[in-house]
Design a protein around this ligand. Sequence first.
Ligand code: ADP
Length: 605
Amino acid sequence: MPPPPKLPFPELLRQFVRPYVRLLSYLKPYRKRFITGLGFGIAAGMLSGVVPLVIKTVGDKVLPGGMGRAALMDAAHQTSGPGIGPVLWITMLIPAVMVARGLCSYVNTYCMAWVSFRILRDLRTQLFGHLISQSLDFFNRAKAGRLISRVVNDTRMAQNAMTSISGDLVKNPIAVLTGAVVLISMDWKFSLTTLVLFPICIVPVIVFGRKVRKAGKAEENEAGTMSVILQESFSGIRVVKAFAREGYQTEQFAKSSDEQCRNSMRVRKSIDIVQPLIESVSAFGVVLAILYVYLFDISVAKFVALCAGIFLLYEPVKALSRIPMLMQKCMASAEAIFELLATVPTVRDAEAAPALTGSRGAIRFDQVSFSYVEDQHAVRDFTLEIPAGQQFALVGASGAGKSTILSLLLRFYDPQQGVIAIDGSPIQSVTQASLRSQIGIVSQETFLFHDTIATNIRYGRLNATDEEVEAAARMAYAHDFIMAQPDGYNTIVGDKGCMLSGGQQQRLSIARALLKNAPILLLDEATSALDSESEKMIQAALERLAQGRTVIAIAHRLSTILKSDAIVVMEHGRMLDCGRHADLLPRSEVYRRLYELQFAHPELA
Ligand code: ADP
């Protein structure tokens, strides 16, 4: 692989800053709450910094004695302090400041969490909306599990890091700054002696920060892989069971889980090593402090105040040291999210495209060519005119391009050449949603949601009343079997409708299409034969559904081809012939062969 091109520094900086700026743009609607949080963070930081000052003021009043060698030698020296009453009052200043600091800190974290959870919500919703509006070719390439992981895990990781960062970013630098200024102004020599080691702490932060980013990326990738295994195992559970591959799937999962564990450990190791390193450095600071006190005389109040000050500095420094690592983690997730958000659907509505409404259902394919993969035509030079209200059947061997024709009419893909028009207007000139609202589909793979029967039928028209749902079910010969279910229309159909038979699922999908009541109907007939009772009912339901509509059927039933106004014979993406059954049979060899194989003896198909 060639080495990546070297970028000039300003461009590198821009690339580094861009995701941060982008993430910040999500703050906009919540800026009031964010600024309130910042305000309380600043207050908490400043209060934290002035604690030693308060301790010293109180100490000076209550414990005016000295410490160190000089003071020890003068051990006999005694001073009588103020009475216990005023002492109690004055010492109360210390908890008062600490309580105020705690309150400000709480409001700060509350506001920041409030804001970052809302950013998470917005980002997730935007990401989902963006993904679901991608064209089908995107989903052909993407793994569903990985997409789920992006929407669930990556957004959460970005948000987690953001919560910590936004809570720490203002409060802690202020606490460190005010704390350092107060300490230095109190006794700069003591402070410098004890703080001289602090800058050393930056080294592990930088070194381990890099490791966190790398391991964090690997951690997320593996989370995606795990999600893929989960999603595929559960949605493909029938195949898993049928092949008795529970052990194999578990092994795959265990492998991913193991890798996940190793990556998480790498991240944790790098994050957690920093704190003990800082603590060890601070221990040397304690040595220096004691030596200083031993050598130079210092008052008790000052000593306690300085120690408290240094102790209070420790927490914000520790939190600040975590920030670069959290930022690295946050950015690893944010970059992955923004990369997905940058993908543009290949099929897009034309600008200011009008809606297609009340279509008659006249369809025209004009020299349409389409390939999924470059130079491998799935449909080639396809020209066909279907007058409104007519029923056409597509026949051809598997892979001849029949399903592709339906996908092209639905505009799941745009053809590389040619035009498809409905009522004379090219489908690319109207909105996709309105185009699809004019087309009903009953396909051999019915997809039912894990929900009630009524909700599944209503998917055809969301605002349909209960009466309309029932009427559609009656027309689709589904009402009787629905009423025989334990909860009637409110029976849950199970995952992908697994509680219902294939024939029952088909009738629900016909009811769905009836409710949609679109002028064009696409039928992908089931290849597998159902029992004759089911078959008859489906047949009758489909006939009702087809009435008065333009129909394109991928035909597998003899009855369909016999009653079709025209049969389109396809081979290798081309139309070989088109005509009625009686005309085609004597003139088309391909049709005759297909007919013999698929239709004349369906039990052999
Ligand atoms: P039919 O419905 O007649 O069985 P299809 O329209 O499904 O045929 O397929 C036509 C051709 O396009 C086949 O060669 C098939 O392999 C190819 N094909 C179908 N779907 C895809 C896809 N999503 N990606 C790549 N090639 C595809």
